[in-house]
Design a protein around this ligand. Structure first.
Ligand code: DGL
Length: 274
């Protein structure tokens, strides 16, 4: 098997994988969640790079010609080094793509006012990756960011529709919207936030649209594979999907099902820095 690899710090990438599999059902996939070391959101650049590179090498060893970092934090903090330093050195024929660039390429098309808000983990926001990437495609777009450090733990605890979620979501949205009156588009730049969509919608004025990433990333991958037949033809097509986690498999099966919207069978693996 030479599957497409989907990597995330934990469960969140399953919200992206859902859309990818809908858009490209013919391929084989392996999904790896580094649950033992999640969340990545508040970790340092070096740590996130080290963890992500270990995961990428493990997925290459499973036969993946192409890996999607379905994690905003890993895309923000590890992808550039992997693409520019690690791959050319060790795996020049393999590809690793992230979720920030495909989103940056299109986000400006959603906004009429030219003012877009980005919600993410502290790691994603502090890396400034979104404003920097978006500027390449939409130089006149104004981008405002808000870190929402408690949203991931909230979702992981299954509290996305609770009173606590109402409070935290309202607080962070107010902080974002206070930065600029004309924001008309809010990007959910974190894999976990689609599970909070109903609560976010409750606290977002009707005039502001909420944009998720799953479909954007899936369409972009489809486009990438049509433009790169030399990569596409390496990927096997038996519709096999396997899930792996660095933590307890039973926990992954139980919690992951909420993110994927269907039941999961998972296996535990150990990542090493070899
Ligand atoms: N997957 C991460 C992201 O999209 C959220 C979870 C974490 O912080 O590890 O940023």
């Amino acid at each position: 098997m030479r599957p497409i690899g989907i990597f995330d710090s934990g469960y969140g990438g399953l919200t992206v994988f859902r859309n990818i599999r809908d858009a490209l059902p013919e391929y084989d996939y392996i999904y790896l969640g580094d649950n033992a070391r999640a969340p990545y959101g508040n970790r340092s650049f070096d740590t996130i790079h080290a963890y992500t590179w270990e995961a990428v090498q493990w997925m290459f060893a499973q036969g993946c010609p192409l890996i999607i970092l379905a994690c905003n934090t890993a895309s923000a903090k590890a992808l550039r080094t992997i693409q520019q330093k690690n791959l050319p050195n060790k795996f020049p024929d393999k590809r690793v793509l992230g979720v920030i660039r495909p989103t940056a390429e299109i986000i400006g098309q959603f906004s009429k006012s030219g003012h877009v808000g980005v919600l993410g983990t502290s790691g994603t926001v502090n890396s400034n990756s979104y404003p920097l990437e978006i500027e390449k495609f939409f130089p006149s777009l104004s981008v405002y960011q808000q870190a929402c450090p408690l949203w991931v733990p909230l979702v992981e605890a299954g509290e996305e529709n609770s009173a606590a979620a109402d409070l935290l979501v309202e607080e962070n949205l107010t902080q974002l919207l206070q930065q600029a009156r004309d924001i008309d588009t809010v990007l959910l730049a974190c894999t976990h936030y689609p599970l909070l969509a109903a609560t976010i919608a409750k606290h977002l004025p009707d005039s502001i649209q909420m944009v998720g990433q799953g479909q954007i990333v899936a369409e972009s991958l489809k486009d990438y594979l049509s433009r790169h037949p030399e990569i596409a033809k390496q990927i096997t097509q038996t519709k096999t999907v396997q899930f792996f986690t660095t933590d307890n498999a039973a926990d992954f099966e139980e919690k992951g099902a909420r993110f994927l919207g269907q039941s999961i069978r998972a296996k535990q693996i150990v990542l090493t820095s070899e």
